[in-house]
Each structure stands twice: as C-alpha cells, then as structure tokens.
Ligand binder design. Structure first.
Ligand code: ADP
Length: 233
C-alpha cells in the first residue's frame, strides 16, 4: 500500500479514572499522519501528548475511536496481536534512553531482534549495522554508563530502527541532552526520515526539535489543532 495516509486517527477518546472520577485526557481527536511524515506534537504539560503517542504506538488502549494503520484498525487487535504488530511496526525513542545497564551497546541494539526468527549471527550482524548507521561501531562493547547522554540516545535510536519498523515514536528525545548532543540527535532523526523514509511522531517541548518536523500539531486540554506556524517543507 503506497498511497493515502499511513495512520488515520478518528474520534479518539481516552480518560483515566482517579478517585472514582473519570478524567478526560483525549477528547474527539481526529487527524491523519502521512507516509514519511515527520510530525512534532507540542502542548503544555499534562495536555495528553504522551497518552496520544502511547495510543498510536499500541502501548495504551483508547476508550473509543479508531487508529487505522496501513488499513488496519489497531484498536481492534487483542493483546497478543497488538504486541506482535508493535514489535514489527514501531520503534521507540525515550527521553531517558531506557537502555539496559548490564548489556553492552551492541546487546541493547540486538534486544528487539530476540523476538524475531533471526539466528544469533544474523542478529549480531543487524545490530552491528544499526550501530554503524548511528556512528557508534567503535562503542559496541561499551556499557551505557560508559557512554555520554548523546551516545546513549544514538544507541537507543539504533535499537529503535534495528527491526526496520515503518513508524518511529519519540517522547522528548532531546529533553535530557545538551544543545550539541540534541543537534546530533535531530540530524540523525532527520536522516532516518529522509533516507530511510521512517514516519516519525515526536513529542517535544524543544522549539528547535519542532523546527526539524514537517508538521507541527498542538494538543491542549485533550484537543488537537494544527499549529499556524507549521513549518511545512
Ligand atoms: P503530557 O504528555 O502532555 O504531559 P500525559 O499524556 O502524560 O500529558 O498526561 C495527560 C493527563 O493524563 C495528565 O493529567 C496525567 O496526570 C493523566 N495521566 C497520564 N497517565 C495516567 C495514568 N496512567 N493514570 C492516571 N492518569 C494518568
């Protein structure tokens, strides 16, 4: 399937229950994400950005609405099928990298491949290629604590792309980095978008990070708008 949007979000509702009371987080959210789009999602803290990202990535469940990815409504999948879909289709990049401290850089990148049918040797080769793609071949045997924040995030990006998913979701990927490291990460994400045609959905507070995106959307009190200052390349 090559034409039309990659992801169609229709009338999403999601609330959390606190002290017996339903707190609405997403209220009638509808929009589309094009194939190969680089989308930045901004908005005040608590506006539901991470919730929306987690629903799109199949980590969290919606109360109602549709999330159609490549023609398939993922809200209809049971837990097993949703987990399978997620491991095949989505790569995750987090603010604090979420690397396993007792595993080397190479072993961290190899981790998502354990769920595939690849042999150990193939897994090693794929992981080494992904580490090379983020410029960290010479750090394969280093543990996360032996790497800078920027390097750890590059390892996390290698881990996110090693299974070759269509979609990358990133929650504040530059939030814990100094400006120089943040720029490196943004350059890398841009390359993944342009060269490998990954569709990227990024939650960010960083205006510089948002500039990197094609489309900018604001979430406020669970409602979504397309920002007037959408960069639109
Ligand atoms: P943002 O990413 O924009 O900061 P979140 O999606 O993290 O916002 O949170 C939106 C709202 O949902 C907040 O009021 C938050 O407290 C609430 N929330 C998020 N996750 C949970 C949860 N697991 N249980 C209860 N409330 C939650």
């Amino acid at each position: 399937m090559s034409s039309g949007p990659l992801i169609e979000i229709r009338r999403l509702y999601k609330s959390y229950t606190r002290g017996g009371q339903a707190i609405p987080v997403l209220t009638d959210v509808s929009f589309e994400i094009g194939r190969g789009e680089f989308l930045a999602l901004m908005g005040p803290s608590g506006s539901g950005k991470s919730t929306l990202l987690n629903c799109l990535a199949g980590i969290d469940r919606v109360d109602s609405g549709e999330i159609v990815v490549n023609g398939q409504d993922i809200t209809l999948l049971d837990e097993t099928d949703l987990a399978r879909w997620r491991s095949r289709s989505v790569g995750f990049i987090f603010q604090f990298y979420n690397l396993i401290p007792v595993l080397t850089a190479l072993e961290n990148v190899e981790l998502p491949l354990l769920l595939t049918g690849l042999t150990r040797r193939e897994r090693r080769e794929h992981a080494a290629a992904a580490l090379a793609a983020v410029g960290l071949s010479d750090r394969s045997d280093h543990y996360p604590a032996q790497l800078s924040g920027g390097q750890q995030q590059r390892v996390a990006i290698a881990r996110a792309v090693v299974t070759d998913p269509d979609i990358l979701v990133a929650d504040e990927p530059t939030g814990d980095l100094d400006r120089t490291s943040a720029e490196e990460i943004l350059t890398l994400m841009n390359r993944l978008n342009q060269e490998l045609e990954k569709t990227i959905i990024m939650v960010t507070h960083d205006p510089r990070a948002a500039q990197e995106a094609h489309v900018l959307r604001h979430l406020d009190k669970g409602e979504l708008s397309r920002a007037a200052d959408t960069p639109g390349r």
